[in-house]
Design a protein around this ligand. Structure first.
Ligand code: NAD
Length: 483
């Protein structure tokens, strides 16, 4: 279904994110017939280009990052014809009157995507207002990181609130745009089966793992000031935890969902020092030039920033008290894998005796790769060998169950940008949510700063420091295998 007519201005339209994700994503929406033919996309950045030069840049970006679903050359030409470009200075006056002229008299949906460094968000918001583009129809999309602690997030919220209402601000967390994340809500709240069991009486514990095989790459300078806690846990893992743990919202609408997520964050227990393990990856043996260790990669031989973190927390409310949540994320790990696992408790009594072994139901929600949901159930091992039990998966992998022709694969960014145009904020973070997440994160970070905590080294291609295994083993549990 095509969205309404829109003008989308992309500040930072020549940057890495715009070229790799935003523009190729918009092109795929164009190919799918979702982008109206007269919609305009206006790149606005520092580079000295004209619209023809910008179209050429985006033609090359789509060739490189467009993906297999992109359509033919004719369609590409038609899409590029909808692009314009303005050279603009977020910190000065250059380019703003030109942008104002382009937007003047428009009666369409106006969206401004801030795909620039967060230090420029306030300057751009201020200039949008100064040049008459911040009226109540405007929507702004802001990228992560949203602050680096509670104080900076509050200041940023305050600045944006000077120019825009909360219902105009779309804070992106692309994890929320993933198909399986929405499917998680469908599985939880669209079935009678799971919800009665979704509490500490039946759930032993929950694990959330986001493992990457890549290192810090070219982002070393930024990453070293941030680390896994700020870069991944405070936003992505926290959002996944909220969706898994929240109460059923009354409706699937933005504020109903976000109110419930906020309650989860506010109920999170502080994390004890012995419930956190931080790590830093080592160089790949015999291949140090290609895969250097973390400190070399960030060019800081004394860095104490973590590229891995594992922690245990609990949610102090009636539903979850007593159920641990284990969160783990890291770089240069054994496999690229994002998964949420709900491990149910043992049956209260085994009628099959000790020989049958103990078996647990495990619901695993995979975000990448191979998105899908699997429920492990216990059955009798087929054959004449008596009552021996085995676990088999009940698989809800979309790829295998649904006709591939019927599945339209939509990248998280594509989905979220279309949601901005539709005016649907359900999958975007609200200001108070972000602040609550920092309020939980700050004492953890301050704790290890005070203790002068040094991250534990871990080998390239592993599951992180062995201390992380020990932490969960002390509770009589183990991490899921990273595959
Ligand atoms: P980038 O450095 O590649 O691009 C920055 C863009 O900002 C360029 O288009 C540049 O011209 C423009 N710019 C810089 N200073 C300007 C000024 N004074 N006036 C006008 N334009 C100016 O950055 P990026 O990787 O595209 O990241 C953009 C934002 O997205 C950042 O907030 C980043 O944290 C966030 N982000 C990026 C990624 C990613 O994969 N690249 C992922 C998640 C979030």
């Amino acid at each position: 279904i095509p969205v309404d007519q829109f003008d989308l201005v992309i500040f930072g339209g020549t940057g890495d994110l715009a070229r790799r994700k935003i523009l190729p994503g918009l092109f795929r929406r164009f190919c799918a017939g979702q982008m109206p033919p007269d919609a305009r996309i206006i790149g606005a950045a520092r580079s000295d280009l004209d619209s023809a030069g910008y179209r050429q840049m985006i033609r090359e970006a789509i060739a490189e990052f467009g993906g297999e679903q992109a359509c033919g050359d004719e369609q590409l030409d038609a899409f590029l014809a909808q692009l314009e470009y303005v050279t603009i200075d977020a910190l000065g006056e250059a380019g703003w009157s030109e942008l104002q002229k382009l937007m003047e008299g428009s009666d369409r949906i106006e969206a401004y995507y801030f795909s620039v460094a967060p230090s420029l968000f306030g300057d751009i918001a201020e200039r949008l207002q100064k040049w008459g583009m911040a009226d109540t129809r405007a929507r702004i999309v802001v990228e992560k990181p949203f602050g680096r602690d509670l104080e900076t997030a509050r200041a940023l919220n305050k600045t944006l609130a000077t120019y825009f209402n909360e219902d105009q601000i779309y804070r992106i967390d692309h994890y929320l745009g993933k198909e399986t994340v929405q499917n998680l809500m469908a599985v939880r709240f669209g079935n009678m089966l799971f919800e009665p069991l979704w509490n500490s009486q039946y759930v032993d514990h929950i694990q959330i793992t986001v493992a990457e095989t890549v290192g810090v790459g070219g982002r070393g300078e930024y990453y070293d000031k941030s680390g896994a806690m700020r870069d991944m846990v405070q936003n992505h893992l926290m959002q996944l935890l909220c969706l898994i743990a929240m109460e059923p919202p009354a409706r699937f609408d933005p504020d109903a969902v976000r109110d419930e997520k906020l309650k989860v964050i506010r109920a999170l227990d502080p994390v004890l020092a012995h419930h956190i393990v931080r790590g830093q990856y080592q160089a790949e043996p015999c291949n140090e030039a290609e895969n250097p260790g973390y400190r070399t990669a960030v060019d800081n031989p004394r860095s104490r920033t973590e590229s891995f973190i594992a922690l245990r927390t609990e949610i102090s409310n009636w539903r979850w008290a007593g159920t641990p949540f284990y969160l783990r994320t890291g770089k240069r790990m054994a496999a690229r894998s994002s998964e949420i696992t709900v491990v149910f408790k043992d049956t209260p009594h085994s009628i099959f005796g000790d020989e049958a072994g103990s078996h647990r139901n495990v619901l695993s929600i995979r975000l990448q790769p191979n998105e899908g949901i699997t429920l492990g159930v216990t059955i009798k091992e087929p054959g004449p060998g008596g009552m021996r039990l085995i676990d088999v998966p009940l698989d809800m992998s979309f790829a295998e169950t649904l006709d591939p022709e019927d599945i339209e694969h939509v990248d998280a960014y594509e989905r979220l940008i279309m949601d901005v145009i539709r005016g649907n904020q359900t999958l975007f973070m609200r200001g108070d949510e972000v602040e609550a997440a920092w309020a939980w994160t700050d004492p953890i970070i301050n704790g290890w700063v005070t203790r002068n905590d040094v991250p534990k080294p871990y080998d390239h291609g592993t599951t992180g420091p062995t201390d992380a295994e020990d932490m969960i083993r002390r509770d009589g549990r183990k991490w899921r295998k990273i595959t």
